[in-house]
Design a binder for this molecule. Sequence first.
Ligand SMILES: Nc1ncnc2c1ncn2[C@@H]1O[C@H](COP(=O)(O)OP(=O)(O)OP(=O)(O)O)[C@@H](O)[C@H]1O
Ligand SMILES: [Mg+2]
Length: 228
Amino acid sequence: MIQLRDVNHHICSVDGDLEILKAITLQIDAGETVAITGSSGSGKTTLLGMLAGLDIPTSGEIVVEGSNLTTMNEDQRALFRAKSVGFVFQSFHLLDALTALENVLLPLELAGNNQGEAEAKAFLEQVGLSHRLKHYPSQLSGGEQQRVAIARAFAAKPQYLFADEPTGNLDQATGSHIIDLLFDLNRQHKTTLVLVTHEPRLASLCRRQIVIENGQIISDKKSELSDV
Ligand SMILES: Nc1ncnc2c1ncn2[C@@H]1O[C@H](COP(=O)(O)OP(=O)(O)OP(=O)(O)O)[C@@H](O)[C@H]1O
Ligand SMILES: [Mg+2]
């Protein structure tokens, strides 16, 4: 379970003090599927980064399984992320000096698994990239980089998976396949999924839909439909 209690986030920019997140109070239960939608610049990526322990807010608390991320130091949060979190970034964040396979192997190695090559290959095969194992990110298309990022996020079988527009660069068929993989992970491993998306179809597959505008939650609904 992830709890956000009165989370506010400010950034000092050249335009002055910007309020990016305002008074966000939210609880996400284990195994939930949650879509976060809202217009560009509304704060979705910032919120996702907070939920995943990548960043800490200006004020308020973020508590995951009873551990307070907001009082941990950077090393403790890094350990929490390595153990429990998979993250698919909007801009992929692949390591340029590593091949596709090495990028996917990295979280396995960080989790202490040095025998992960077959597993990493299997994940890349699942996202349709077994023919691109030795390519570097600069040699991959945007959609291919996105799929490597997804395979990497899956690799350590995280308890929480956060994905920022995971299908944003994919054609319909590839996107549908990736969505199936995400929800398979939720069903098979009870992975909690939190997805930022502009796609109504993907949002509607999640059990819960949160809408954020101007840094505030303006709607938080659970659908009657079961997770697909
Ligand atoms: N480091 C920063 N410095 C200044 N402003 C920032 C910074 N990070 C984010 N912002 C601003 O905060 C707001 C929210 O950004 P965020 O990336 O969370 O939006 P988003 O909802 O994910 O948008 P998109 O749908 O375009 O990805 C934006 O207006 C952005 O310009
Ligand atoms: Mg964003």
